[in-house]
Design a protein around this ligand. Structure first.
Ligand SMILES: *[C@@H]1O[C@H](CO)[C@@H](O)[C@H](O)[C@H]1NC(C)=O
Ligand SMILES: *[C@@H]1O[C@H](CO)[C@@H](O)[C@H](O)[C@H]1NC(C)=O
Length: 462
């Protein structure tokens, strides 16, 4: 959440808070007096929301002006000097939960092929890696580390680990995603298993080109959804301090584009693919333990509309925040300002069903979305070193307004579902899975320079 609360006129805040403290009580106090998991509107809700909407509207506008004065707004697609820096590796802030993560998805719209990759750099040379692939007619594949996700970070100039490399060629315009290594043939594993499974050599290389503007959650989100989420909670000075801190910690922006490239799987013919999907860059501080749950919908529809809807519960601040956007085919973008999505009604019991329906409004238009989840393609990843928390990446077909087809995924995160601890997982980080000789040798790669250096370092460590 943005640090916009720093902009709240303090006096008004204190006045309102003091006054509303008398009005509000825990909106849904249970028998033991404790609040329920996801706050619901309590007394004073409408007044709180109304007041906040006004304040946040001006805060967002001011913030957009301040930041937007720079290169970002005027040339969102360009190689703009200022904003372009964000597209490079971000120095990890000095914090145990520092993160610098890039994520790419791609879906063919003619068959069942998809690719999902993520590299999230963490302190101490660690990296969160996601790598899932399905090639229509051949099968599903995942990185052998899964359902665990911690690998060794091998990056210096771009994101790279375990044979996967994600590199910016031109800020906000062109990226390159390549992999060369062994993947485990599916079905996707939902539990750690001692057996290695069938490993096959896979190579892919995609050139990604943006076709949308950038959506920056701290700048472009609709103020109304934050007003709604904050008004649901019990207000106190401590609460606002936490909201402010949370907003300052973390940034994320997204952009949609098309990937063109080829996939080569051992024993099969090389396949050329063209996919559409989102990329995101998220950096700052991200402690997964602070998030109780979220559901995220990412979809791209026939005709060119892209959308993102997240409902997230962060117990220390907002227990039910809905945020997202629509990128329209004509290039306009709009923050979602209302949705009926509810965490309580979306797999709250941990059982993910095959169909979810939500509505939302953005840019003055109403959207009705049906997500039909693929029964097979639901890979999971366990969070981090402790195994606490599980991500479910569910591939889905969509229907917008009951007629327009779409492609994408629904991601579910559960903090309190323990993943299974993987025995001796630490030892894996010592060996690169790809023989040094077959590492990247493509032209115009800025990443090549650091291969030798890293190799030497690896040698010293092992
Ligand atoms: C949201 O709206 C859709 C229809 O637009 C409906 O099918 C769904 O049940 C609604 N969800 C909730 C939680 O009310
Ligand atoms: C979806 O349908 C509603 C009417 O049910 C309409 O108002 C809205 O504009 C449609 N949205 C899109 C994006 O076509």
């Amino acid at each position: 959440m943005p640090d916009l609360l720093s902009l709240l006129p303090a006096a008004l805040c204190l006045f309102l808070a003091g006054w509303l403290l008398r009005l509000q009580r825990c909106p849904a106090a249970g028998p033991g007096g404790s609040c329920r998991r996801y706050s619901v509107p309590g007394r004073g809700f409408h007044l709180k929301k109304w007041a906040l909407s006004g304040i946040l509207f001006f805060a967002f506008r001011r913030r957009r002006r301040e930041r937007g004065g720079g290169a970002a707004r005027r040339e969102p697609m360009g190689s703009g000097a200022g904003q372009g820096a964000l597209e490079r590796l971000q120095g990890l802030v000095c914090h145990a939960h520092a993160l610098d993560s890039v994520y790419f998805t791609g879906f063919t719209e003619t068959d069942k092929t998809f690719v999902i990759t993520r590299l999230g750099r963490r302190p101490n040379g660690l990296c969160e890696m996601w790598l899932f692939l399905r090639v229509d007619g051949i099968g599903e594949f995942e990185h052998p580390v899964h359902p665990d996700m911690m690998v060794r970070d091998e990056s210096e100039k771009c994101w790279r680990a375990e044979g996967l490399m994600i590199e910016c060629l031109e800020p906000h315009r062109h990226w390159k995603i390549t992999f060369n290594g062994r993947l485990r043939k599916g079905p996707y594993r939902h539990q750690w298993n001692e057996e290695e499974g069938e490993l096959v050599h896979v190579k892919f290389s995609f050139h990604w080109t943006s076709f949308s503007d950038i959506f920056d959650f701290n700048l472009d989100s609709h103020p109304k959804v934050f007003a709604h989420a904050i008004a649901l909670e019990k207000w106190s000075a401590e609460f606002f301090r936490r909201v402010k801190k949370d907003g300052e910690q973390h940034s994320r922006y997204e952009q949609w584009g098309q990937s063109i490239g080829e996939i080569e799987i051992e024993g099969h013919e090389k396949k050329e693919v063209s996919m559409r999907g989102v990329r995101s860059h998220s950096y700052g501080i991200r402690n997964w333990a602070e998030i109780y749950r979220y559901v995220m919908i990412l979809m791209h529809c026939e005709g060119g509309t892209s959308a993102h809807l997240t409902v997230v519960s962060i117990p220390a601040t907002t227990t039910h925040l809905t945020v997202g956007y629509v990128l329209f085919p004509d290039g306009k973008k709009a923050g979602i300002d209302w949705s009926n999505a509810s965490l309580a009604e979306m797999a709250d019991d941990g059982i993910i069903r095959d169909l979810y329906q939500v509505s939302f409004t953005a840019g003055g238009q109403f959207f009705e979305v049906r997500a039909i989840l693929d029964k097979q393609a639901r890979p999971v990843v366990y969070n981090g070193l402790t195994g606490e928390g599980v991500f479910h990446e569910c591939i889905a077909d969509f229907q917008l307004n009951q007629t327009v087809p779409g492609w994408g995924l629904v991601e579910f995160y559960y903090r309190d579902t323990p993943g299974q601890l993987i025995p001796n997982s630490g030892s894996r980080w010592k060996e690169p899975s790809v023989p040094a000789s077959s590492q990247f040798s493509e032209e115009h790669s800025q990443c090549i320079g650091d291969v030798a250096g890293k190799g030497a370092q690896l040698g010293q460590l092992t």
